[in-house]
Design a protein around this ligand. Structure first.
Ligand code: UDX
Ligand code: ADP
Length: 459
């Protein structure tokens, strides 16, 4: 089928950038992104593209170029579904917070609602593409909903997992290592392969069955997260020996069988995918009775939680075992640089731990505002919203955030942190002035020359 109109349900971190790039590279395809969240759609339609709901380098330029030509944002979901030959499902699939599989399984209610929505309004044949990360065999559920509508509309289901990383989404989409398309119908697979084919070389478009495609996404994320937990485990050992984790990472990374990427020791991985996908994998393994397999992958999460905890414990013990009433400046709140996404960010958990010890937290992040910081903490439900508000303040300027602080904790590896006037920061802080570099981005000897008590991960 030649595709002329695409609809994407879900205008989030995945749907937004992916559709923007598809629209840019396929000027003859009309791409409509729909969402139930009116405020989000309004932000996508904002005249001033610096107000888009998602910050991603290069995204605003593409939206500016294509919006109103062949890229549209609307809340008119039914109309967009009706007119399109291909529908992407890009809604969120958070970890379940209730019932069976609570804290482990993916909550598929949003996906199911989409499938029901499509089933209800479709009058012509559709290719339905799962874009959200979904546990293995979700396609079966979508298929069963779509095929039991009683109408004679024909649905083909494809799995096309997203491998973009936030902060580099546009670059990853323009230049993917591979595009994975899983499906039963060869014709449907080729229709989607053609959409990507307008900029991705054919040999990078992998065709598999649906289940392999779904499981590959979980596996890729589990392997990447495992590398971070592995190097983080070694970072703790380095701190007890004379080894330096950066030197170890470099030495092992030069082994071409291991490779150099994803070996930065850190406060622990965050983001909407790693933890969720591994929990999913663990849940699936357990549900098949595969205890050893489940335990093996679960350890990646346990180590990640340990790393976050260890960072805050170390900060507290260094500050003479008490942070009560002390101002702790946290630089960075996003789960990594170049994004305004804070889902599962290590900063949230470190802050929560410090707040339990009655610290005052001052946050500065170039792309995250105070409301988001407070929402993230309130969501944990550890203390009342009023208490969070009393103890946490967010600043628009790093020098204000660090003024009179007892310690600075670096939570995100934003480039701008490297070029601050650290002498000025030092002069304005309480003494002794401590830096806890959770991302290993500052130079130890430079910081010590200024007068800071500097510590980082694994050194
Ligand atoms: C990830 C996958 O990379 C992507 O392919 C998938 O589609 C979605 O999940 P993302 O979560 O956007 O992407 O970011 P990623 O760059 O993978 O980083 C995840 C977390 O790991 C971040 O908190 C990051 O700071 C941390 N990290 C990454 C490290 O601590 N050390 C590293 O060496 C690399
Ligand atoms: P992701 O990182 O997976 O893109 P986001 O939370 O950023 O996740 O985006 C998912 C989007 O999907 C949200 O904007 C949400 O409002 C939207 N959404 C969820 N359920 C539906 C639905 N049934 N119909 C339309 N949009 C939906």
């Amino acid at each position: 089928m030649k595709i002329t109109k695409i609809c994407c349900i879900g205008a989030g971190y995945v749907g937004g950038p992916t559709m923007a790039v598809i629209a840019k590279k396929n000027p003859n395809i009309k791409v409509t992104i729909v969402d139930i969240n009116e405020a989000r759609i309004a932000a996508w339609n904002d005249e001033d593209v610096s107000n888009l709901p998602i910050y991603e380098p290069g995204l605003a330029e593409i939206v500016k170029e294509t919006r109103g030509k062949n890229l549209f944002f609307t809340t008119a979901i039914d109309e967009a579904i009706k007119e399109s030959e291909m529908i992407f499902i890009s809604v969120n699939t958070p970890t379940k917070t209730y019932g069976k599989g609570k804290g482990m399984a993916a909550d598929l209610k949003y996906v199911e609602l989409c499938a029901r929505n499509i089933a209800e309004v479709a009058t012509t044949d559709k290719i339905v593409v799962e874009k959200s990360t979904l546990p293995v065999r979700t396609a079966q559920a979508i298929k069963s909903i779509l095929h039991n509508t009683g109408s004679d509309v024909n649905f083909s289901i494809l799995s096309n997992p997203e491998f973009l990383a936030e902060g580099t989404a546009i670059e990853d989409l323009l230049n993917p290592d591979r595009v994975l398309i899983g499906g039963e119908s060869e014709a449907a697979i080729e229709s989607l392969a053609n959409v990507y084919g307008s900029w991705v070389p054919q040999d990078r478009i992998l065709r598999t069955n649906v289940w392999s495609s779904e499981l590959s996404k979980l596996t890729a994320n589990a392997f990447l997260a495992q590398r971070i937990s592995s190097i983080n485990a070694i970072s703790e050992l380095c701190e007890h020996t004379e080894a330096n984790v950066n030197e170890v990472a470099k030495a092992i990374g030069m082994d071409s069988r291991i490779g150099s990427k994803f070996l930065n020791a850190s406060i622990g991985f965050g983001g909407s995918c790693f933890q969720k996908d591994i929990l999913n994998l663990v849940y699936i393994a357990r549900s098949y009775g595969l205890t050893e397999v489940a335990d093996y992958w679960e350890q990646v999460i346990i180590l990640n939680d340990h790393q976050k905890r260890r960072f805050s414990d170390n900060l507290i013990s260094t500050l003479y075992n008490t942070v009560s009433g002390k101002k702790i400046a946290m630089l960075g709140w996003a789960f990594k640089k170049d994004t305004n996404d804070t889902r599962e960010s290590a900063a949230i958990y470190v802050a929560d731990h410090l707040l339990n010890e009655q610290a005052n937290i001052a946050v500065y992040d170039p792309k995250v505002n105070e409301q988001k910081v407070l929402n993230d903490l309130n969501y944990l439900n550890t203390r009342s919203e009023d208490e969070n508000k009393d103890l946490v303040t967010s600043f628009n300027n790093p020098y204000e955030a660090t003024k009179d602080a007892h310690a600075v904790a670096i939570m995100t590896e934003w480039d701008e942190f490297k070029t601050y006037d650290w002498q000025k920061v030092y002069d304005q802080m309480k003494k002794p002035a401590f830096i806890f570099d959770g991302r290993n981005i500052l130079d130890k000897s430079e910081m010590e020359a200024i007068g800071f008590e500097y510590s980082s991960i694994g050194k």
